[in-house]
Design a protein around this ligand. Structure first.
Ligand code: ADP
Length: 238
C-alpha cells in the first residue's frame, strides 16, 4: 500500500526475464532524507530494482510510488523530472565533451545565469572545478563518478539512486566520495545505494535493506544486518 510519508515505496514489485524472477514481490520503502544501502548477493535483483524504479524496465507486476503518487510504468525522463536521479556502476559521461559541457546536458528549468551558478557551485563542491575544461574521458574513474553525481544534482533530485559508487574508485578518493554523499544527504536528499564494499556501506548507511532472490529479507542497521543468520545464509548460499 502507498504511504505519503515515504518518498519511495514498492508494493509487490515483480520482474521476470523469461523464467527468471529477478524481482519477486519486493516491498521496500524509503523515507524522505534517508540514506539507505541495498545489498545482497550477485543476482539477487538489486540492479533490476533500480532499473524498475527509474523506468528503464517495466514491471511484470506490482506498483512503485514516489511521494505517494503512482509512478509505475513511467518513462525514465518522466521519473527523472519527478525528482529521481540515478548514477551507474560504469559511469558514462560524454567523453569528448568537457566536464563543464557535460554539466550543461541536463535540461534544467532555470535561466542560463542560474544554471551556470549551479554548475560552478557543484563543480567546486565536488572538487572538479580544476578539471572543468578537461575532456571527460581524461578523468580518473573516481572523478567520472563525481561528474556523474554532479550532473544528477543539476536537477535537484529528491531521491538519488547510486549504483556502486565505490567500484573502480581509487581508495584515496573513496573517503572523499563518502563525505560528498553524506553531505548531499544531510542537505535533505534521500539516497538509495547499491554497494558491494561493506566498509563503504557501514560508513555511509543508517539503514540497510538486504535482498535475496528478488525479495527483501531484512532491513536494519548495518550491525543488525551483519548479525543476522538469514543474511549470512543469503551470502553464503544457504
Ligand atoms: P544484482 O544486481 O543483485 O546482481 P540483477 O538485478 O542484475 O542482480 O539480476 C537478477 C537476476 O535477473 C539474475 O538472475 C540475472 O541473471 C537476471 N537478469 C537481469 N537482467 C536480465 C536481463 N536483461 N535478461 C535476462 N536476465 C536478466
Amino acid at each position: 500500500s502507498t504511504n505519503e510519508n515515504q518518498i519511495l515505496s514498492t508494493d509487490g514489485l515483480k520482474k521476470s526475464f523469461g523464467g527468471v524472477m529477478a524481482v519477486d514481490g519486493l516491498d521496500i520503502s524509503i523515507e524522505p532524507g534517508e540514506l539507505v544501502g541495498l545489498i545482497g548477493p550477485n543476482g539477487s535483483g538489486k540492479t533490476t530494482t533500480l532499473n524498475l524504479i527509474t523506468g528503464f524496465l517495466s514491471p511484470s507486476d506490482g506498483e512503485i510510488s514516489l511521494d505517494g503518487k503512482d509512478i509505475t510504468n513511467k518513462k525514465p525522463y518522466e521519473v527523472s523530472t519527478l525528482g529521481v536521479g540515478r548514477t551507474f556502476q560504469i559511469s558514462k559521461p560524454f567523453g569528448r565533451l568537457t566536464v563543464v559541457e557535460n554539466m550543461m546536458v541536463p535540461n534544467v528549468s532555470v535561466g542560463p545565469e542560474e544554471r551556470d551558478e549551479r554548475i560552478w557551485e557543484l563543480l567546486e563542491e565536488l572538487h572538479l572545478d580544476h578539471v572543468a575544461e578537461n575532456r571527460a574521458d581524461e578523468l580518473s574513474g573516481g572523478q567520472k563518478k563525481l561528474l556523474e553525481l554532479a550532473r544528477v544534482l543539476m536537477l535537484e533530485p529528491e531521491l538519488i539512486l547510486l549504483d556502486e559508487p565505490a567500484a573502480g574508485v581509487n581508495p584515496a578518493l573513496m573517503d572523499e566520495i563518502i563525505d560528498d554523499i553524506k553531505r548531499i544527504n544531510n542537505r535533505g536528499t534521500a539516497i538509495l545505494v547499491i554497494e558491494h564494499d561493506m566498509s563503504v556501506i557501514s560508513a555511509l548507511c543508517e539503514r540497510v535493506i538486504v535482498m535475496n532472490a528478488g525479495r527483501q529479507v531484512m532491513s536494519g542497521t548495518f550491525e543488525e544486518v551483519q548479525a543476522d543468520d538469514q543474511v549470512r545464509e543469503a551470502y553464503l548460499g544457504g
